[in-house]
Design a protein. Structure first.
Length: 421
């Protein structure tokens, strides 16, 4: 069973349905930059980053000295635009942003940066009062209308940090909130943050009118000109996590031959399928791989690069030949043999009707199952199988005898609806 939960052990329910969604299904999408698509390059340099929202709000850079580069296969197989602290991309002015509610998502990582403001995403000029998503000291900081508020996360280390989901939510006239990896990290209801700011051209990797530029990778930017609902917000977070975080899978359950005492004849190695930040097995082990020597159910909790925790289980069971389930329809006056094909020398049997043979002669409809014990002390119980009596031939009829000419047809008078061939 697979599931995911955030660092406060709150389930995110990253289901396949959520994985299949993307931002284009949500109204109000104004900007969608994705480093896997829409990139125009001159050599290694990025000259343009196309907007996937359909609004043509593309980001560009004509100055060769300020052009970032494309880095491929950086995170979970996805590309990133790498900014080096001297590079940035300029966008156009997206009308209406300063006077509307906003929901902004940015997936980015950080390299070595200074302790002062490093601008990740910018709307409008520093003066007389645009707005930023930025890093200040080690905090996710929001700048708007010449005012700032910082988070209490302290996760954006000056020496660099892993990829994170940055999010900014503004309910116009009411409140502003910032999130790191889906967790609330700061908020304000002060006028500079909830009211109109000075709109202008957006920029990625810095504010061209300010000296603090970003050093690190930017994977994706999604901007809506409205406050998303809780369901929509979760959908976008799940979409981002499913793209950029590995999915935990311990694989299929394992069956191993047993020795006396119903212990495995050999140890088996259980391995987490992808690289995570940390691992915690129900055995207490904290490594990516463990070897087990007992039958049972094993589970692991892992933490991905967004600090989202994933959970999976796997069963290690004694191996047994298949129960050799037979067909379940008994013709009237006939029988069905359910033969386990197992030897009395190695196994004992207890059928649901009291029989102790390795096979069961079934002549009556009903529910049947078998409990099997091997010489090592391991026990196995089959599924309960329902057998039914097929009485078709007792009522199916062509009717009375009749003479037919060449080309005439004949059909069942009774039982036609139940006939399959």
């Amino acid at each position: 069973m697979k599931s995911s939960l955030n660092s406060q052990i709150i389930f995110l329910f990253l289901t396949n349905f959520c994985f299949s969604q993307n931002p284009s299904t949500i109204t109000g999408l104004k900007l969608w930059l994705q480093a896997d698509s829409g990139i125009t390059q001159s050599g290694a340099n990025v000259t343009s980053w196309a907007d996937n929202s359909g609004n043509a709000n593309n980001a560009q850079q004509s100055n060769i000295n300020a052009q970032p580069i494309l880095a491929t296969n950086v995170l979970n197989g996805h590309s990133a635009i790498h900014f080096n602290g001297n590079t940035f991309l300029n966008g156009n002015t997206i009308s209406g942003l300063s006077t509307s509610s906003l929901t902004i998502f940015v997936v980015a990582s950080g390299g070595v940066m200074s302790d002062s403001y490093n601008v990740l995403f910018d709307i409008g000029p520093y003066a007389p009062g645009g707005m930023w998503l930025s890093k200040n000291t080690q905090d996710f900081t929001i700048y708007s209308n010449n005012a700032i508020y910082s988070t209490t996360s302290s996760l954006l280390y000056n020496t660099g940090f892993d990829p994170k989901i940055f999010q900014y939510k503004k309910q116009f006239g009411v409140s502003a909130e910032s999130y790191l990896n889906t967790l609330l990290s700061g908020s304000s209801s002060d006028a500079p943050f909830i009211n109109a700011f000075v709109n202008g051209a957006y920029a990625v990797g810095g504010d061209p009118t300010y000296y603090g530029l970003w050093n690190g990778n930017v994977f994706e930017i999604i901007l809506f000109d409205r406050l998303l609902s809780t369901t929509e917000n979760t959908m976008v977070n799940n979409y981002l996590a499913s793209r950029y975080a590995p999915i935990l899978n311990l694989g299929a359950d394992v069956a191993i031959l047993s020795n006396i005492g119903c212990v495995p004849s050999t140890g088996t190695t259980l391995t987490v399928n992808a690289v995570f930040k940390d691992y915690l097995w129900n055995t207490g082990d904290t490594s990516k791989q463990i070897t087990v020597n007992q039958y049972g159910t094993y589970s692991v909790i892992t933490t991905d690069n967004f600090n989202i925790k994933h959970y999976d289980t796997i069963k290690v069971t004694p191996s047994l030949a298949v129960y050799n389930y037979p067909t379940t329809a008994i013709c009237v006056g006939s029988n069905i043999i359910w033969n386990t094909n197992l030897s009395h020398a190695n196994y004992s049997f207890q059928w649901s009707n009291g029989s102790t043979d390795s096979l069961l002669n079934i002549t009556n409809a009903g529910n049947y199952a078998v409990h099997i014990a091997d010489n090592s002390g391991c026990t196995y119980t089959s599924d309960t199988i329902k057998f039914v009596m097929d009485t078709f031939f007792t009522y199916a009829t062509l009717g009375v005898d009749t003479a037919l000419c060449v080309g005439n047809t004949i059909q069942l008078k009774k039982g036609a609806a139940q006939a399959v061939s």
